[in-house]
Design a protein around this ligand. Structure first.
Ligand code: ASP
Length: 436
């Protein structure tokens, strides 16, 4: 057996170790009142975290643009394919909307991020070196804008200017630009669209590669970020994190076993238990890889051979769904954003919560189906509601298990939609394998 170097440990394990060690070492230093702790936090821990996060932030704009344009243009193509595409689009919006709704209601009831005193919030802000501007957020929410102003502001005059402000809250107009671009792309002759799509696919691949490179720093970055929090606040800060993890898991399970079961029973007219048994291999692959894209081949095979869906429907819905339908991710993003807002005492009005819901649904389309694909989108929405993007460092250490679980939902959602759409298509829908 070769030497057991730490390089052999899986990355997610190292990230978790970074979290645990950061919390313990920081907590011990705080309890022992170590001298020069502030100096250590400011000059070592925070920069370690910041370098890692900047590697992710630097690709947020191109990544979102490429993923969203490609996702939307695929959905745009979908409407051209006719009823199948339209029904697929409706089901995607319906299921993503329900998913985000579940997350938002649950996080408002359980409030996993509430309970920190003002003093603790100040320390938390110090530990990440950024302030959540709660006052600004409240003020903004009170600013009375006419509906016409709001709509006009969402259409960017200069998309490049919006892009430069994306990390300071200028996200929405930029995303609207990407949406319009995607719709237009699906409306031009294929020979003209092809080079643009190929370029965007290349751009997406490059940005994902940079994220991969950045993720190599994750164990150290997460250690630094968590050490800084724990050194300021002590280890009790992590109780909220535990509550958040449990809440995400419970909501994911609810959506998977209650919402999907109902869609299967009442729309797809299938027995949910049989269906879940038929796709268990797909769910396991999604859980193991944390990637909808990597699970696509297994999903295509199971949809046809195990579930008995007509190939024309399943190929189309699953391929589009791998990038454009991510219910688990949408649910997770809704909870995470509101959890971090609670943690930083940023009170969101109902209107702002609806905005977060809308963005989370859109995020389901704009998220790449790769491990950790949700985070760039979360960072950008956080800034929009005046919570520092650096706050994501708090959740990153526990992300792997949540990522594995939400990816299961993402792919189950795709096959569920395929089954529903197949059922609505009288001719194409005749199942080739008995469902029950
Ligand atoms: N890992 C997810 C997927 O591939 C994306 C995410 O939520 O990070 O479906």
């Amino acid at each position: 057996m070769k030497m057991s170097s730490s390089a052999k440990l899986p990355l997610h394990f190292k990230v978790l170790m970074g979290l645990v060690l950061g919390a313990i070492v920081g907590g011990i230093c705080q309890a022992a009142n170590v001298r020069n702790l502030d100096f250590i936090v400011d000059n070592f821990a925070k920069p370690m975290g910041a370098i890692f996060l900047n590697m992710i932030f630097m690709v947020v704009v191109p990544l979102l643009f490429a993923a969203l344009v490609l996702g939307v243009s695929e959905l745009g193509d979908a409407t051209k394919i006719g009823k199948v595409g339209l029904r697929c689009l409706m089901m995607t919006i319906l299921l993503s909307g329900i998913a985000v709704g579940i997350g938002v209601v649950a996080v408002n009831i359980v409030k996993p991020g509430a309970g920190f005193s003002t003093d603790e919030v100040l320390k938390l802000q110090e530990s990440i070196g950024k302030k959540a501007d709660a006052a600004k957020s409240v003020e903004k929410s009170k600013e009375a804008k006419t509906a016409a102003d709001t709509i006009v502001e969402m259409i960017p005059k200069n998309p490049l200017e919006s892009a430069t402000k994306a990390l300071e809250g200028g996200l929405l107009p930029f995303m609207v630009f990407a949406l319009i671009f995607g719709i237009a792309l699906s409306g031009i002759p294929p020979e003209k669209a092809l080079p643009v799509k190929e370029f965007l696919e290349g751009l997406l691949a490059v940005t994902l590669r940079i994220i991969d490179m950045g993720m190599k720093l994750a164990p150290y970055g997460v250690f630094g970020l968590v050490f800084a929090i724990s050194a300021k606040l002590g280890i009790t800060a992590f109780v909220a994190l535990g509550k958040y993890v449990i809440l995400v898991m419970v909501c994911l399970a609810f959506h998977q076993f209650v919402v999907y079961s109902m869609a299967l029973k009442y729309i797809a007219k299938r027995d949910p238990r049989t269906f879940f048994r038929q796709i268990r291999g797909v769910m396991l692959t999604a859980f193991a890889t944390s990637s909808s894209n990597a699970t696509l081949p297994t999903a295509l095979k199971a949809a046809e051979e195990e579930v008995g869906l007509p190939r024309n429907v399943s190929n189309f819905v699953l391929t589009v769904g791998a990038t454009a339908n991510q219910n688990g991710t949408a649910l997770f993003e809704g909870i995470t954003i509101l959890f971090l807002a609670q943690l930083f005492h940023v009170d969101l009005s109902i209107g702002q919560q609806f905005m977060v819901m809308g963005l989370a649904i859109l995020a389901g389309v704009g998220t790449a189906g790769v491990p950790g694909g949700a985070w760039p989108m979360i960072a950008i929405i956080l800034v929009k509601i005046d919570v520092p993007a650096e706050a994501i460092g708090i959740c990153l250490g526990v992300d792997r298990i949540l990522d594995m679980s939400r990816t299961v939902l993402n792919v189950t959602g795709d096959i569920t939609i395929a089954a529903c759409v197949a059922q609505m298509e009288p001719k194409a829908a005749t199942p080739q394998v008995a469902a029950g």
